[in-house]
Design a protein around this ligand. Structure first.
Ligand SMILES: *Cc1c(COP(=O)(O)O)cnc(C)c1O
Length: 425
């Protein structure tokens, strides 16, 4: 299911699967997140299929989108989960998932989080420092259990992605230097409260070519072979997440392309494979719908001022990211290139109401004329969208709606002012 199958224009308006987006906006208000359940499930299934020869454990990365409705749906489809905090682990538990298939990453796991994860009997900790190994060992000893660990190694591979989301180059805060694998593995082997399960590498996100994965898996193979020669029983390779997402057209490689460079190497090792995809599963399965409050022309520019803002979707402000934007009501052919000049149309900045210049969704885009009350669709908003939203400018968090065929379900209610301040005194 492509993006334009999940969200498609029919009879002059945008649909999510079989439901007109404008109907959802009329009923639940704007701004509003609208999800296509079949879209994210089909992306999950495509990854499962592409890697099936390795009998992989696909751990959906909860931080990309942690809505309980999404987690429940992913759990029913057979997904495992990758968490980076106790709060995410709690969500996974509440979604009814089997926590023995959960992997736990993050450079700053607290004692409480480690204790909680050991209680949940998670599959493995992706350990990011020697000090963390000590902490897991100490807490496991207190609890009379053994902590399953994978060494998160920094492969020193350049993912060629945004500076804020590259993680696999030497000198960033993630993982441990790959050259130290032997010393670290020896430390784990000596410790009766730790068990070495595997190694973990995560290069960054989004990685738009398969080459960094080919490099990473080659380095993983070297490490595994070396550790085995030292007498370690080591059975898991976790290659993290980071698969690309097509924000513009179809620029990201499909899962099958990543599989081509990863599967043969994993099979040759005879290892189990874990993956932690987030963005590529949920990114194109959700849009943000906002309403044009005002249009104005100042400084020689046309502005469409939306009721949605950077507190809802912060990615453009935070990562200079590109999102397709287009009116919900539209009869005609969609542009092939949403960044190109379109004869007859005027360029506009699509901005929010927040008191920050970085509060925008798109700049200088050629759009059909829009007026007060018109609905705008911001595409590819599912990953790092609602999870990064805030109540900045005291704007309550907005509703999230899950669509499957003609079925419409609220998976998060719109917050009220009362709920927004409920914990303050
Ligand atoms: C963020 C993250 C992921 C998910 O990355 P995506 O680009 O969303 O697939 C996976 N693993 C780790 C360790 C992460 O930090």
């Amino acid at each position: 299911m492509s993006l334009m199958e999940a969200f498609n224009y029919k009879n002059g308006q945008l649909y999510c699967e079989d439901v007109p987006v404008a109907e959802i906006a009329a009923k639940y208000g704007t701004p509003v997140w609208i999800y296509s359940e079949n879209k994210f499930l089909s992306e999950f299934k495509a990854i499962q299929d592409a890697f099936k020869e390795t009998d992989p454990v696909i751990c959906y990365s909860v931080k990309a989108n942690s809505n309980l409705g999404v987690l429940k749906s992913m759990n029913t489809a057979g997904s495992s989960f990758d968490v980076v905090s106790g709060g995410e682990l709690y969500r996974v538990e509440k979604a009814g998932a089997d926590t023995t298939r959960v992997v736990f990453a993050g450079v700053g796991k607290t004692d409480d989080e480690i204790r909680y994860a050991l209680k949940c009997k998670i599959l493995m900790f992706n350990v990011e420092s020697e000090a963390e190994l000590d902490a897991i060992s100490r807490i496991a000893a207190e609890m009379g259990v053994v902590g399953p660990v994978a060494l998160r190694l920094n492969p020193d591979v350049d993912g060629k992605t945004h500076a804020k989301t590259t993680t696999g180059k030497k000198g960033n805060k993630f993982g441990m230097d790959i050259e130290r694998h032997n010393e670290l593995a020896a430390k784990v082997l000596k410790d009766p409260h730790l068990k070495l399960i595997g190694i973990h590498l995560h290069i960054g996100s989004p990685i738009m070519t398969v080459d960094p994965y080919a490099q990473a898996v080659a380095k993983a193979a070297e490490v595994i072979n070396h550790l085995r020669s030292q007498g370690h029983e080591i059975n898991w390779v976790n290659l993290g997440g980071g698969f690309g997402l097509s924000y513009r057209g179809s620029e990201a490689p499909p899962a099958s392309e990543y599989a081509k460079v990863i599967v043969p190497a994993i099979k040759a090792l005879g290892c189990r494979l874990a993956l932690e995809p987030g963005r590529s599963i949920i990114g194109n399965a959700c849009v943000l719908i906002s309403e044009v409050i005002y249009t104005k022309r100042e400084g020689g520019k046309l502005f469409y001022i939306q009721d949605g803002g950077m507190n809802d979707l912060v990615r453009p402000a935070m990562y200079d990211s590109f999102h397709k934007v287009w009116p919900v009501k539209f009869d005609g052919d969609l542009p092939k290139d949403f960044e190109a000049e379109i004869p007859g149309l005027q360029p506009a900045d699509v901005v929010g109401p927040i008191c920050e210049s970085s509060d925008y969704f798109a700049k200088g885009r050629y759009l059909p004329e829009m007026n007060r009350g018109d609905l705008m669709c911001i595409f590819s908003a599912g990953a790092y969208g609602s999870t990064m939203s805030s109540t900045y400018n005291s704007r309550p968090r907005v509703a999230e709606i899950l669509v499957n065929g003609s079925d419409v379900k609220v998976i998060r209610k719109r917050e009220t002012y009362e709920e927004m301040i409920a914990l303050e005194m």
